[in-house]
Design a protein around this ligand. Structure first.
Ligand SMILES: *Cc1c(COP(=O)(O)O)cnc(C)c1O
Length: 464
């Protein structure tokens, strides 16, 4: 009887903490008999409470299997729907490196078939290092977005000279002349004149060529790719479809001028259900995109374009969790929450979007899930009053603290953008980074000590 009861409670905890739901990217997470958060890779189970005790906090855990699973699924959906609907174009996934440049992420993505997209000379330099180390299939294609500074241009030309399939995406009119002489394919980014329901939708966008400027380009034989990017974390699938339809209209006009144009790159923007509410799914959206493109190109009497997507955070956000320890508590007299829980890290430093764009995250206990609960707000340990997380003024339900027992909390979906944006306010150490793969844990980056952080600020050894 005891056993059965436990099972039912476990189920309830899962539901309560919103675990085990595919559409919310929590299908890998569960709860142990002892009320601890687990992650499951095939038949391996990681107990995140044990891991936090062993490696200490703050801690970031990377799950390469999550990346691989998600990208395989995505490529699978597009390829399957193309086959089902008789779509003649090809599908390519390009990973936008800016979303997370950690080596563990990039290598996992490459292993399941990602091509790359770089936004700066320094990102491209990483690609060069991989290339020189023969770490990837030399057939993969690399897109170069972003403003082309002189070092960036030189690197693009160098890698092209060495035989890399590298495609600069023209971002402004002053880049056109330089790339007229370019010996490989080129792309053009068009700033679509269409509204998107995303935080990043701006009336005046500085990225890409205006539709008018793009349509006024004179014939270029190597113009192969039309690219657009509407912004990140697009709220509805309708907005994604409207982008595809509108973008296709520009694509057909451009193709009349540049007959070799054969690829439509719809950029990034597929959202992550950070709030674990009803959300659109990759399966449905990929099917609809293929359907739309097939029907529009058949109507227009042109060949089905090859399709590129650059959905970054959709693939990588769920592949990392950040774990903190609650090390003290302060009562809040009159508010939605009863107490501040102070964590041994920083939202402002490690999970910047909580502060910068007030992004909500899914925060749950790592242990004591069966304990009595308390409504809390979370505070980071910098001395900045903005270093906090209140779920938008609501509260976070967490176990009451026990004496002599650590309470850990996990922030899910921290795999996208947060590392590149991270900082060192109050010189706190960045979390230690570990990788959970094939049932074993490897330390990827040790916790920074005072000396390592001091060096970033010019304190080099002798302190003179
Ligand atoms: C940022 C960016 C992406 C990725 O956006 P997500 O919202 O993470 O999907 C893709 N393409 C371009 C050009 C970008 O600038």
């Amino acid at each position: 009887m005891g056993k059965q009861k436990l099972k039912k409670e476990e189920k309830n905890w899962r539901k309560f903490w919103k675990l085990g739901v595919d559409e919310w990217n929590t299908q890998f997470f569960g709860v142990s008999h002892g009320g601890e958060l687990t992650a499951t890779e095939g038949h391996h189970v990681y107990n995140l409470s044990d891991i936090a005790l062993k490696y200490g906090t703050p801690l970031q855990v990377i799950f390469p299997f999550v990346i691989e699973d998600r990208l395989k699924d995505l490529i699978g959906y597009f390829q399957a729907y193309m086959k089902i609907y008789g779509y003649k174009g090809k599908f390519f996934y390009h990973y936008p490196m800016k979303v997370n440049q950690n080596k563990e992420f990039i290598l996992s993505l490459l292993s399941v078939g990602a091509n790359l997209e770089a936004t700066s000379a320094n990102e491209l330099w990483l690609v060069k290092k991989l290339w020189e180390g023969e770490r990837f299939n030399s057939k993969i294609r690399v897109f170069c977005n972003g403003p082309k500074t002189e070092p960036y241009l030189e690197l693009i030309e160098e890698l092209r000279g060495k035989g890399m399939n590298i495609v600069p995406i023209i971002e402004s009119l002053d880049e056109v002349d330089r790339f007229l002489k370019y010996k490989g394919d080129i792309g053009v980014r068009v700033d679509l004149n269409i509204k998107t329901d995303s935080h990043w939708d701006k009336k005046f966008d500085r990225f890409g060529l205006s539709e008018k400027d793009a349509l006024n380009l004179s014939k270029m034989k190597n113009f192969k790719i039309m690219h657009y990017h509407m912004g990140s974390q697009i709220k509805t699938q309708k907005s994604i479809f409207e982008g595809v339809k509108y973008g296709f209209g520009i694509y057909t006009q451009l193709q009349k001028i540049h007959p070799n144009l054969d690829t439509l790159d719809i950029g990034g923007g597929f959202g992550v259900p950070y709030e674990k509410k009803k959300f659109y799914t990759a399966k449905v959206v990929s099917s609809k995109i293929v359907k739309i493109l097939k029907s529009l190109s058949d109507k227009a009497g042109i060949r089905h374009p090859n399709l590129v997507v650059e959905w970054g955070q959709h693939i990588v956000a769920p592949a990392q969790v950040t774990i903190y320890k609650v090390f003290s508590e302060k009562i809040i007299p009159k508010a939605n929450a009863k107490a501040w829980y102070i964590i041994d890290g920083s939202f402002m430093n490690d999970i910047k979007d909580t502060w910068a764009v007030h992004q909500k995250f899914h925060i749950i206990p790592v242990n004591n899930m069966q304990s009595p609960l308390k409504t809390t707000w979370l505070a980071g340990s910098t001395c900045d009053s903005d270093d906090k997380y209140t779920a938008g003024g609501n509260y976070i339900l967490l176990p009451k603290l026990h004496e002599n027992q650590d309470q850990f909390v996990a922030v899910l979906d921290t795999g996208a953008y947060q590392d590149g944006l991270a900082s060192h306010h109050c010189l706190l150490s960045a979390p230690m980074k570990i990788v959970a793969q094939d049932g074993t844990i490897k330390i990827a980056r040790k916790r920074e000590n005072a000396e390592a952080i001091g060096k970033l600020f010019g304190w080099n050894g002798d302190h003179k």
